[in-house]
Design a binder for this molecule. Structure first.
Ligand code: NAP
Length: 488
């Protein structure tokens, strides 16, 4: 880490070197040092809504500095090729930045796929370059780094592409887990063979026939790793793939002898891992269960299952009940994001609070399709942040709540998670909407949520369904409360 030492830069900065000569390599390392600091602060700031915007700016600034620093390197000579790469990246990146918030998980998966592919291709190029210069260049350390880069990079590439396709619900990709007997054994054997190829190459770098085999096995492993995983677990797997992409960047940093890549990759890898742990905890699931549990398979309905009925209500009727309430808890979920109903939810909040009704928003950590999904949407609609209450805190007072208004949330309010050991979501903490005096649930149909299971909340005595698109239903509620429907 000596080249990261601040001392030489201070020397440059204060200009004590004769003639103020700027040593380019010092400038590059200084840019990298600042970029590393910006990446760390970026992560820190992004963890709080108040400083999140600053965090994004710091991250972008850090990346800009990293790119400029790299371009200053006298070894960088292929500016034409770099310009083409920047143009291609811009053409792909700009439309990707404009996807709706609901599509951010699959967009993120695509970014990981590109990151993994880049690491894999750099590793491939370096291997053949050094092989051409004589096998002596391929030291054990370099070969170890290349092996890690190839396996992690290429499995992240195909795994992330498949995960993005599943989340985008592409017709030609099965959404539900694809499982077969001995699947884990096949997958682990495949990874084992790829690792054996890697070890053989570390010991004998000239055995170049093994190199394409290692690439092919890694690409195949990425696909086989993802096919047994169900839709509801995809966001967790995506953040796990994020950490693989980060680790492949670390390996790439060793291959290219670039310290910034090592630190940035380590930050990326560890933050992806921490996010996966947070999601697993919020769902009360283990990593093993997420990766090998084939969660999200459609459960067959038993022949003797009792035919249950639901009660539905009109917006007029619901508005009358809401008007009488003292405490209303809104429980938003994925459906609110799909309908983009957050701005009308804000209007509903205004109507209710104007009448002196207390309104709180119950936030489940995995409501929607990524952690913080609901927080971002509600912040966008400028709902006061202190009205948002974490799941554990709101559950203490759910039995005092007059109306629980569930807006497009399903799995995160399913009471089966609490008491049905046969349910795939058994043990997942939920927001206890069923404990409120009255519950209104807004959704378009009786279709299940992401986990693919029925929700007994909808059949409860105290629950009334408000069928329809969340934006339309909330709009009608607002109209009623504003007097448009004759209600005061
Ligand atoms: P959910 O269980 O996926 O249910 C969403 C509901 O919204 C559906 O039942 C759907 O019913 C309804 N809906 C869709 N579009 C709608 C619209 N335009 N208007 C009204 N309703 C609409 O959502 P959730 O309760 O938020 O649960 C999140 C799921 O994702 C959980 O299974 C969780 O474990 C999983 N997950 C999340 C994360 C994360 O980080 N957030 C991570 C890992 C896993 P209709 O089709 O009938 O309308």
């Amino acid at each position: 880490m000596s080249s990261f030492s601040v001392l030489p830069f201070l020397t440059v900065a204060v200009g004590t070197q004769p003639g103020w000569r700027l040593d380019v390599s010092y400038a590059i390392q200084f840019a990298y040092l600042i970029a590393t600091g910006l990446f760390i602060f970026s992560l820190k700031w992004m963890s709080d809504p108040v400083t999140a915007r600053r965090g994004v700016i710091a991250g972008v600034g850090g990346m800009l500095l990293a790119v400029v620093g790299t371009l200053l390197d006298p070894q960088v000579v292929h500016f034409g090729a770099i310009a083409v790469a920047v143009a291609v990246g811009t053409v792909i990146g700009v439309p990707l930045a404009r996807v709706p918030l609901t599509a951010v998980p699959q967009r993120t998966a695509l970014s990981h796929a590109f990151g993994g592919l880049a690491a894999g291709l750099v590793g491939t190029a370096k291997y053949y370059l050094w092989l051409g210069e004589g096998a002596g260049e391929l030291t054990a350390l370099r070969m170890t780094a290349i092996t890690a880069e190839i396996i992690l990079g290429f499995l992240t590439f195909t795994g992330s592409l498949l995960a993005a396709g599943k989340l985008q619900e592409l017709k030609w990709i099965p959404q539900r887990p694809v499982t077969y007997r001995g699947q884990n054994l096949v997958n682990l054997s495949l990874l084992g063979v790829a690792l054996v190829c890697g070890i053989a190459l570390i010991l004998h770098p000239a055995m170049h026939q093994l190199f394409p085999a290692m690439i092919a096995l890694s690409l195949l492993f990425g696909v086989l790793l993802i096919i047994p995983i169900g839709g509801a677990d995809m966001p967790t797997v995506i953040s796990l793939l994020n950490s693989y992409a980060g680790l492949s960047a670390v390996a790439m940093g060793f291959v290219l002898d670039n310290k910034l890549l090592i630190t940035a990759g380590a930050l990326d890898g560890s933050s992806g891992f921490i996010l996966s742990v947070i999601m697993c905890r919020a769902m009360n699931r283990s990593f093993g269960n997420v990766l090998f549990g084939a969660f999200g398979q459609i459960r067959k309905t038993g022949a003797g299952m009792v035919q249950k009925t639901v009660k539905s209500e009109t917006p007029e009727g619901a508005a009358q009940v809401l008007e009488q309430a003292q405490l209303v808890v809104v429980i938003p979920g994925y459906g609110m994001a799909v309908a983009q109903a957050q701005h009308l939810v804000r209007e509903l909040y205004d109507q209710l609070t104007r009448r002196g009704i207390t309104v709180k928003f119950a936030i489940h950590p995995v409501a929607g399709r990524m952690p913080g999904h609901m927080n971002v949407l509600l912040a966008e609609a400028e709902i006061p942040y202190d009205r948002l209450v974490e799941m554990d805190d709101i559950n203490h007072e759910m039995h005092q709540v007059d109306v629980a208004l569930v807006i497009g949330a399903n799995d995160v309010v399913n009471p089966a998670a609490r008491h049905d050991p046969g349910s795939p979501i058994y043990g997942m903490p939920i927001i206890e909407a069923d404990k409120a005096r009255t519950c209104f649930a807004i959704k378009r149909s009786m279709n299940p949520g992401f986990a693919g299971i029925e929700n007994e909340l909808y059949y409860a005595d105290k629950t009334f369904m408000l069928f329809g698109d969340a934006k339309k239903v909330i709009g009608e509620l607002v109209k009623q409360l504003a007097g448009g429907g004759g209600i005061r």
